[in-house]
Design a binder for this molecule. Structure first.
Ligand SMILES: [Zn+2]
Length: 281
């Protein structure tokens, strides 16, 4: 086989693997955020309507420049990503506007490492009471490269994103904004393993009941076959078959499958916003 052919195959394989994992993020909940969540009183989930809360929140966007002073992420890309973000949040009534774009002339932050750069960067570049969003070439969180991370309510008003993960047709920014407004991953097990029959959906998994139990933190779904879940875990402890939410923004399923938040995820985000982040401008 010619060498160039091998290279093409390798590149294709690499890009496929990358594409399948672009939802991956570095989210984790601190003790302080957990404590705040214990005070959380969920809203009323009974009726099929969303407690819409019309608010437009201010985003301070920071694009970190590389060593040659190039942004590597255009304002058009930023604005297009903002359109997707606002489309995803539209049913909640929460919308976002970019009040200012700041270019950060420190290429070290472009290779962002949480333990090395977060404290310093958020002292130098941070506007209180707004959502501060940083775009970096790479983002390292807990020792691993991720597409981004955000803090739950109670944490900093801060989201860091990898420039290469933000495209017009994915929901990475919305995923991180979901965490920012208190959404867990659909496959979360920190609070207990959610059962397929939904009997513990209010206390386990992502504690949202209209997102089916999701056993798969790796997001294995066949993009070429209607995004069917491909395992490996097929049944829960009751022997019920998993039908995970492969289309959910808070899952890790491939971008091609992911497209939405659910009704109760919107309710939870609004509740979390009103209780914990209502100070935002
Ligand atoms: Zn996440």
């Amino acid at each position: 086989m010619p060498r160039s052919f091998l290279v093409v195959i390798l590149l294709l394989l690499t890009s496929t693997v990358f594409a399948q994992h672009t939802q991956r993020c570095g989210h984790q909940i601190s003790a302080q955020e957990k404590q705040l969540q214990q005070q959380f009183i969920p809203g009323y989930f009974g009726c099929n309507f969303i407690n819409k809360h019309e608010r437009t929140l201010q985003i301070n966007a920071y694009i970190v420049l590389d060593s040659l002073g190039a942004p590597g992420f255009t304002e058009d890309q930023l604005n297009n990503a903002l359109v997707t973000l606002n489309d995803d949040f539209e049913p909640s009534g929460l919308q976002f506007t970019i009040c200012k774009i700041t270019y950060i002339p420190n290429f070290q932050y472009n290779y962002f490492i949480d333990v090395e750069h977060e404290d310093q960067m958020t002292v130098e570049y941070y506007e209180p009471n707004t959502i501060n969003v940083y775009f970096c070439f790479s983002v390292t969180r807990n020792g691993g490269i991720v597409c981004g991370y955000a803090y739950f309510p109670g944490g900093k008003d801060f989201i860091v994103l990898q420039k290469g993960c933000i495209t017009d047709d994915n929901h990475v920014w919305s995923h991180e904004m979901g965490h920012f407004f208190g959404l867990y991953h659909t496959f979360e097990t920190d609070l207990g393993v959610e059962l397929v029959n939904g009997s513990n959906c209010e206390t386990a998994g992502d504690i949202v009941c209209d997102t089916p139990a999701d056993p798969d933190p790796d997001g294995n779904a066949d993009q070429n076959m209607d995004c069917l879940y491909t395992g490996p875990t097929t049944q829960d402890s009751n022997g019920d078959w998993y039908i995970p939410p492969v289309n959910n923004i808070m899952s890790y399923y491939p971008d091609a499958c992911v497209c939405k938040f659910t009704h109760q995820q919107y309710i939870r985000m609004i509740d979390q916003f009103l209780q914990f982040r209502n100070y935002l401008w």
